[in-house]
Structures are given as structure tokens and as C-alpha cells.
Design a protein around this ligand. Sequence first.
Ligand code: GLU
Length: 318
Amino acid sequence: MSLNQIRGRFAPSPTGEMHLGNAWTALLAWLHTRSQGGQMILRIEDLDPDRSREEYVKQLLEDMAWLGLDWDEGPDIGGAYGPYYQSERRNFYEAALEKLEAAKLIYPCYCTRAELHAVAAAPHLGETEYVYPGTCRTLTGKEREERQKQSRRSSVRLTVSNEIICFSDALQGECRQAVEFSCGDFVIRRSDGVFAYQLAVVVDDGSMAITEVLRGADLLMSTPRQLLLYRLLELQPPVFIHVPLLIGTDGSRLSKRHGSLSLANMRKRGIKPETIIGYLAWKAGQIAAWEPLTARDMIGHFSINSIPVAPVVVEDML
Ligand code: GLU
């Protein structure tokens, strides 16, 4: 790999059928990478064994190929930075955890879900979000032993600093966040032993030498946490590009509820991949009017600056 090789990725979680919203992110990540002559990596984020299904992986690979989006490294073809399933990368996450432990930056947290819910009262946060008040950060050795004796399972949290993390997103512009006040010490391994997305994504993008992370704007608020981890793990952070989410005409995010917009369903209804690619290219500000196109047709014309910043409404056209 040459020093300035562009490496982009698409990192879906196989927890459902691929829908138009996933196709949107996959297409834009692919175009951003290919238009710079870069390598495209496909990584399956199947960390959560209860929610991930192999059949969705199979379907996803088929849908991507059908859309004309190819990859140079991935679960089916391997590559120099594998494995490409997060479920097979535990040793990488364990090594990262050890590094953070050696730096005394992590601690076990015995708080139960009910206890955490009790602190979730901050008005700016959703129901499942909370700012962790640091309850277990200062437990003495004796107090930890007591909690272990009560056979309380523990998650692992990262001690966050009181600084403000600033970064420049290639589409959203300058962003800043005090992680301490937005989420506090966050979980990097759940109490059931499953590594948290925040840790795994950093370890993977870092160790796979990813230079461009283009993904949905729902992850913009996670990026400061991830940047903190990049620094602590001494990994090189990528360029971040957070693209707007697609939303339905009712204003809600495209999801499984919009079942008719799953790629499998659209394919069944006889819609051609060129119709979908052209539609998404139009919505992404890349062409003036909706016309059939292949992803390859667009490589020479792609411009990040034309992508809108606000959420993009999908009318009932497809
Ligand atoms: N696996 C995540 C998802 O499917 C994406 C993570 C990322 O791009 O950082 O929503």
C-alpha cells in the first residue's frame, strides 16, 4: 500500500434487510472512494450476536453487487487486513482494552439498567440516553469486591477527560463536543462481554488503515468519543464525512417500517438498480434531474460539496 492510498469503507450491521437508506450510504461511500482511485473495504459489523444474522449478510452482499457497488477487501474475498467480520476480531478489541487498562483509563461498572435509567432525566436526552454520573469510577477495591460478591455483572467504562473535542467534518463543518457532558464515561465492553460499537469501530478503522469514513449523520455525535479513543490507542483517525439521513414523508428516519423500500422488495417489484442509483444521485445533488444511471457512470462527476447537509426526504416515488 502506498503511503497516500485512499481507503474507504462501508460497515453495515446485518440486523435487517438492506433498505434505501443503507444503499444511500453505501453508494456515497463507494463514490467518494472510487472517485479518488481508492480501495473499497466492506466490513460486517456483527458485534451483537443476538441481533446479527448470517442470512442478512448473504442478502447484503447480493444487494451490493446488484447495485453495482464492488469492494476490494471483504468477508467473501478476504484481504490483507482481515478478518472482515467483527465477530472474528475479538482479539483486536481485547488488545485495545489491555492497552487502555495499562494506562489506567478503564474501570468496571456495576450499575444496573434500572439505576442508569434513574439518571436519564436530562431533558436534552432521549429515553435510552444518559450522562453517566461516574458512580463506579471512584469505587474502592473493597467496594468492588462487595459488588462482585453480590454477583453483579460489570461492564467496562472509559474514563473521559474534561476537554472539548474539536474536529472538522468534510460535509458538516466544524464540530465540538465536551464528551464529559454529552455522555460521560462511556461503555467500551458491555456486561454480557460484547464489545461496544465505539471501541470496535475505532480499532477496526484504525487497524484497517481506513482513511475516509463516510457514514450517516446519526453517528456525528459519536465521533468525538471515537476521536478520543483514536488518540488513546495511538491510531491514525480518518477523514470524517457525515451524510444526511434519508427520511420518509412523515419525517421519520427510513427503517424497517418502510418495508417497501427494502432493496429485496424493490427488486421484486421490478425496479432496476439504475433507477435506484439515479434516484439517489439526484437526491445527493449529483445530477439535476432523476434519470437512470449506473454507479460507475457517476465516478467522474462525484462532488461531496453538492450533497445537502439537512435530512433528505424520500417521496413515494419508488
Ligand atoms: N454499523 C453501523 C451501522 O450499520 C455503521 C457504523 C459506522 O459506519 O461507523 O449503522
